[in-house]
Design a protein around this ligand. Structure first.
Ligand code: GDD
Ligand code: MN
Length: 362
């Protein structure tokens, strides 16, 4: 039978959900030629092993294990590029998405009725087993409004993780996708030059079967980063903008610690300045690890300590470059504020380049 549809299942610790899900997909897609691509980001619960175990009995299942990479969007992209099927669907592996919708979604896109079929939690007739957190609904409707502006497409659920489109179309958009975070559908729609025709399929968003959600906390943050990326990302890359913002906050932390040491503890200026510098670097390291490099976050105690030490080392060199360049410009007659700004700029680029490579590099 010809291969019609690839179903991409991005996974992070979904070991026990896989086998029952493949069974449900099999039930739902009987007459079609399909394959399942499990794209696992090296889950600690052995999801990749489980995927390979299933694949040995059923060659329609394929296991892709990624090591040192992270993210729902990039996992979907991996899948787009790894299948020969003419149509591709992305769906969650935790049973929140009902495979029964795959067949009607495929028919809709194959017949040319729409470019993208989206399973929607908010379309007329949809339902939701649980909201998890009460603020999530508000967040979602806010996000939906923003997304509508961004894509110019009327959609009831732009953050849906369950959709289907032609694989060629998906692949043709890949070079211009940001690939950060999880809002891959939004990314596809915003990237396409001609507005894509979308059809909503109301879904019953079920409760997750086992394991826990990985996205709840990251949603707002990711969404903002995505908006930024689409609007200004080509001028100043998102990661650098985050790095710079963290740096600016670090200056405030620096001044706070400095005054605390001077006024509350009566420390001498040099001591206060040294403590403030180290404090600000530590703060910057922590926030960059949490925010700027959240997709490469260092978590084990050993890695955090090593990362902190190399961050401090990198920033010290950056600070040196900053002072050297600013002084050189100042001596040559540049206004002191301009000289300082250029110094800060050069120091920041230096710190950013070194951190990306050596602290959070792979
Ligand atoms: N490969 C990979 N890498 N898979 C991941 C990653 C990752 O970094 N993070 C999450 N996943 C997988 C999960 O294992 C699951 O199969 C799917 O992506 C969705 O993750 P959940 O953790 O279950 O997300 P959720 O239920 O909180 O979020 C739902 O709502 C979002 C919008 O509000 C999902 O439907 C999302 O797809 C949707 O965007
Ligand atoms: Mn889920």
């Amino acid at each position: 039978m010809a291969l019609d549809l690839a179903i991409i299942l991005p996974t992070l610790n979904e070991r026990n959900n896989l086998a029952p899900l493949v069974e449900r997909i099999e039930d739902a897609l009987g007459p079609f030629g399909w394959e399942v691509l499990v794209v696992d980001d090296n889950s600690s619960d052995g999801t990749s092993d489980e995927a390979r175990r299933i694949a040995r009995d059923d060659p329609r299942v394929r296991a892709i294990q990624r090591i040192g990479r992270r993210g729902l969007s990039s996992a979907a992209i991996e899948g787009f590029c790894a299948t020969a099927a003419p149509f591709v669907a992305v769906m969650d592996a935790d049973h929140q998405h009902d495979p029964k919708l795959l067949a009607p979604m495929l028919e809709c896109v194959r017949s040319g009725e729409a470019d993208v079929a989206v399973a929607s939690r908010f379309a007329e007739g949809a339902s939701m087993a649980e909201w998890g957190r009460p603020d999530r609904e508000k967040l979602s409707s806010l996000a939906n409004g923003l997304a509508r502006r961004l894509t110019g497409v009327e959609l009831s659920d732009p953050m849906s993780g369950y959709f289907l489109l032609s694989t060629d179309r998906a692949r043709s958009l890949v070079p211009r996708l940001s690939g950060i975070g999880f809002k891959i559908l939004l990314d596809l729609l915003a990237t396409s030059e001609k507005p894509l025709k979308v059809k909503d399929f109301p879904m019953n968003f079920a409760a997750r079967r086992t394991g826990e959600s990985k996205l709840d906390r990251a949603i707002a943050l990711d969404f903002l980063a995505g908006l930024y990326d689409k609007s200004f990302g080509r001028i100043i890359p998102t990661r650098f903008a985050l790095f710079g913002t963290v740096g600016a906050l670090g200056v405030l932390v620096h001044l706070g610690i400095l005054y605390l040491c001077l006024l509350a503890f009566g420390a001498g200026f040099t001591w206060a300045q040294a403590v403030a510098t180290l404090g600000a670097m530590t703060f910057n390291f922590w926030l960059n690890n949490f925010l700027t490099y959240r997709d490469r976050r260092l978590t084990s105690v050993r890695k955090v300590l090593a990362g902190w030490a190399s961050f401090v080392a990198a920033c010290s060199v950056g600070a040196f470059a900053n002072v050297a360049v600013a002084s050189a410009l100042y001596v040559r007659g540049l206004h002191e504020v301009l000289a300082a700004v250029v110094g800060i700029g050069i120091g920041s680029v230096w710190n950013y380049a070194l951190s990306s490579r050596f602290v959070w590099g792979r």
